[in-house]
Write a new protein. Structure first.
Length: 104
């Protein structure tokens, strides 16, 4: 009987999700989730070393999910930042228009 195969696809998907989260600035906006994702991936790698492939796949899946969460949290934070900047700009423009109207 052969032992189960390493969860290469799950590992690759987790690594890709971590890379996407990092490229989206996840370190700035979702560092806890990103660190947890990396930790789960390390646990998956250690499970592969111990030939515990079921656990390795589970940890790789968890790593992918945490990386996806980090990416989503990052995108939400960026959108919030943009929204706040637009609100500040609109407020400044309104104030400038009001000042201009008072001079006439």
């Amino acid at each position: 009987m052969s032992s189960p195969k390493a969860p290469d696809e799950s590992m690759n998907e987790a690594r890709a999700a971590i890379t996407r989260a990092e490229q989206a600035d996840g370190r700035q906006y979702a560092s806890d989730e990103l660190n947890e994702s990396r930790g789960k991936l390390k646990m998956a790698e250690e499970a592969i070393t111990r030939e515990e492939m079921v656990e390795a796949k589970q940890r790789a899946n968890e790593a992918e999910i945490m990386a996806q969460l980090a990416e989503a949290k990052t995108e939400t934070a960026k959108a919030t930042d943009i929204n706040q900047e637009m609100q500040r700009g609109a407020k400044a423009l309104t104030e400038e228009m009001n000042r201009g109207g008072e001079k006439q």
